[in-house]
Design a binder for this molecule. Sequence first.
Ligand SMILES: [Zn+2]
Ligand SMILES: [Zn+2]
Length: 435
Amino acid sequence: MKITVHRGAEEVGGNTIELQSGDSRILLDYGAPLPKIDPATNKNVYPTPQEIILNIPGLYADGTRPLDGIVISHNHGDHYGGLIPKPVNPAVPVWMTAAMEELIRISGKMPRDATELRATIQHYRKGVPFTVGAFKLTAYLMDHSAPEAFAFLIEAEGKRIIYTGDYRKHGNKRAAFQQFLEADLGPIDLMLTEGTQSTVLSGPTQQQVLQDIESLVSGREGAVYVMCSGQDLDVITSLSEIAQAHGRYLAIDGYIALVLETLKDQVKRDSGVNLQIPGLGDEHLKIIDAPATAKIARLPEYAAVYARMRPHLVDWKWVNANHKRLIVAVRTYSQYWLEKYVRDFTDAVLVYSMWNGYKVEESFHDTLEYFKTKGLPEFPVHASGHAYFSAVRELVASKQPRHIIPIHTEHPENFTWAFGRDRVHVLKNGGSFEL
Ligand SMILES: [Zn+2]
Ligand SMILES: [Zn+2]
């Protein structure tokens, strides 16, 4: 079996890994490179379509035998973004969960320049083996900052490979990591593991983030603004729990509400599981009339969900009257509607719950600067979306893979130091390994 890492071997994100057995070939993820910050302008430079598209034989209709499939681990652009700028050959099925497909479609519709996922989609389900070409795959739910993220056990030629996707053990889904840790997957020949945080042995957990934010909320008379990703449902769930426990309201926009409802509906439909995330049934959840809410109101495909949101919509008069009791989830560019509608920020604070590295980027800087000029003290409280190296070590210790290929990392050498030169194979982008 031949494993080729087309992208993601030398950087965080953009994962594109090819597995070949005989004449059967599949891809694990087809990610776009993450944007890079230009130090001259502090602006995010997004990869061009030419930089995103990889010319892998059989990926596009190029006259060669089509790939047998592409398997997407989760709905972060650095894992599926390759599918967007140019549709892959419709003869190549793209495997993801039903929830992932919905969430990718929502993400595509939100920006001004809407994008569309055009591909032959097939759905896999957690724990139910599925076959792609010569490969049998089983998806295991992992703990990650995406709403749903999976690792895979991949079997072919009597060999077993684990592809971890992105993961951590310190988030709200830590039980999923624990289950994966304890699952008996048999002898593992190769583990492809992410190593984003391979230079960090341990760090804050989502539980600690919750406690830190709670200590800010407790006994305070003033709004708490929280800057976080709209799809980081661990943070949103923490905020909802805090709001409920302290007699406050959690104010979100229609985009976050749509993500929550879509995930809830799809997972319930798929596996009968009631996800423990905030929902429109929660009394303390309020939807503010931010631009994202107005956008969803205009999209006919979300009319049914929007109708369910309506009873929870609040106007700006209500927001101003209840401001001191609010926890408000915000993102970049929020300053434009806040400046227009919110009158008084007295006693309010800002919690920054995202990766610190974003802060130098212009749009983040501008939003944070706005809160500063309004007199809000800023508290950085964040748990990484990725495993600290102690968790990577735990996973390697439990699965005992014969070989390890680090991916999604700028520091693969840490794997060599930790697990030895005999086991760890550090590849360059485009490099291959024969198993
Ligand atoms: Zn990633
Ligand atoms: Zn991710």
